[in-house]
Design a protein. Sequence first.
Length: 370
Amino acid sequence: MKIAYFTHSLQSCWNHGNAHFLRGVLRELQARGHDVIALEPANAWSLQNLLQDHGDDALAAWRRHYPDLVATVYQPGSDPAELTDGADLVIMHEWNEPDLVAAVGQLRKGGAAFTLLFHDTHHRAVSAPDEMRAYDLSGYDGVLAFGETLSEVYRGWGWSDRVWTWHEAADTRHFRPPEEERERNGLIWIGNWGDGERTQEIEEFLLAPARRANQSLDIYGVRYTSAAKQMVSAYGARYFGWAPNAHAPELFARHKATVHVPRRFYRDILPGIPTIRVFEALACGIPLVSAPWEDSEGLFRPGTDYLVAEDGAAMEQHLRALAEDADARASFARHGLETILARHTCAHRADELLNIATRLRDEHPQRKFA
């Protein structure tokens, strides 16, 4: 099967978490013999920011670790019919221009033979619903939503049985525990500052507890304002800036534990949706402590796969306990990895996607559009 995925960027993970999952799932599909093409626009925002900050050398990790994947860059005004020529399955990520989303939908409405899916991996359906509803999805066969609560939003918009919950997952070909253990020290947090969606939470559940627990803290990420950097420094943490996501396994391997600080939308309005970092951290065998987050879909085993801290004091207590108890660290690392391998790898997600595509093809081979 030929699969075409319209992404914002496959090459750049600068403030672009979908690239993590996309690389893994496309590589899995490709390994199974499918003809996979990743289509990304020229001058993508994420890629341009990465090159502006770090130059072309910043792409070295992507090239070295994913030599089997190719990003096909198209120019503005490219013909969507040519980009999708011969495709059996086309997936459109929500971080694409509305005109492109509509144009590919029109191809499908006009009789194009491919199955067409819209992939939503963001909170804009609840944080900016008018913006999302402005997309013309009338030609799409279905929606892939990265959490059940997001699927419910689309069902409320009339998608009924044509929306599927398709969680992110860990690329376990790359994200895995180190082959040889070495000395681990302190804490690590890999996360972007963003638009102030979790500033208070970062201070309450990460910076302050780490200092009170007397644990060193290394932070990696982008979009840290001057005020954010000052806050990090004031708490004695070390900020290292952007790191290629491909380097995350080796960064995790240097530290005793990591922390999950969900953004407010995923805590309050779209519960049950973890960030990609949870999947990747557990796949790498590092103990994880989460700020309050409701695992409403039962993806993991809270208290077994990771610890949950209801407030800053509980976070401090958990961080102290993990720092002092090697057996506890080993237990959480083992159980977290166990759950990832059983349920949350890119191989699992490839299976789910292929089943969805087969169902749509079999049930609606000649689907008519109004």
